[in-house]
Design a protein around this ligand. Structure first.
Ligand code: 5RP
Length: 231
């Protein structure tokens, strides 16, 4: 039986098969995306010519160490493909992301890409989103008011949420690459992801949230029996 980490690597390798020379790539964040970046680095050292936009400082460091040429969306505003992990996805390719705290850059990069492949082990594929608390990136200014507005939006949806400010490993408040806080919102199963996404986006202090809807174009889901593709 493959371990969860071996499944993540299988998904990453399946996505790697879709990479062609000359591509402009979005490079995701997290342990599954790390497998992809490392395998991509090996192909680059064998002569594959691609350029990447990293979705976090951590991915940028890893990609550089792997010898992958990096650029920014200022220099290359449109990408061919982003490959990234997810905390949850459903059969409609709706995602919850941001468990690693990189959701803002991940969403900006995915939205700038013609295609997005999600790579995941099969534990991430769920019938309904929401068992994983939804990460919401919020501006530090007015945090209390933003929290209250998120609670009110959740209440309107008939899905009262428990909100927890994310902490770093050392117990201090977690700060994203963009200098914001993360609130993890436990809604229970999310009955209307599209509606909730719009309601959260309408709150001024919400910088971005981890519901990715209409962005992923396919997913490589690694199971003990092999990789299953969703389109
Ligand atoms: C980071 C993310 C990651 O893609 C998500 O947390 C999945 O991570 P992992 O591959 O380590 O399970 O959204 O912000």
């Amino acid at each position: 039986m493959p371990t969860a980490d071996e499944l993540k690597q299988m998904a990453a390798l399946a996505a790697l098969e879709k990479i062609e020379g000359g591509m402009k790539l979005g490079l995701g964040s997290g342990s599954t995306a790390n497998h992809f970046v490392k395998s991509l680095g090996a192909r680059v050292r064998d002569g594959l010519d691609i350029i990447g936009v990293p979705t976090s400082e951590r991915t940028a460091q890893l990609a550089k160490a792997e010898g992958i040429r990096l650029t920014t969306l200022d220099e290359v505003p449109a990408l061919d493909l982003t490959v990234d992990g997810a905390d949850e996805l459903d059969e409609k390719l709706r995602l919850i992301k941001g468990g690693g705290g990189a959701l803002l850059r991940e969403k900006i990069v995915a939205a700038a890409s013609r295609r997005m492949i999600v790579i995941a082990d099969d534990s991430k594929l769920v019938p309904h989103l929401g068992a994983f608390p939804l990460p919401i990136e919020v501006n530090l200014f007015g945090l209390g008011a933003t929290r209250a507005a998120i609670e009110a939006a959740a209440y309107r949806f008939g899905q009262p949420a428990t909100l927890t400010r994310r902490l770093a490993a050392d117990g201090s408040p977690f700060v994203t690459d963009g200098g914001h806080a993360i609130i993890d919102a436990s809604f229970g199963l999310i009955r209307d992801p599209e509606g909730l996404s719009l309601a959260l986006s309408a709150i001024p202090g919400v910088v971005e949230h981890g519901l990715f809807i209409g962005l992923a174009t396919s997913a490589a889901i690694a199971t003990p029996d092999g990789v299953r593709w969703l389109h």
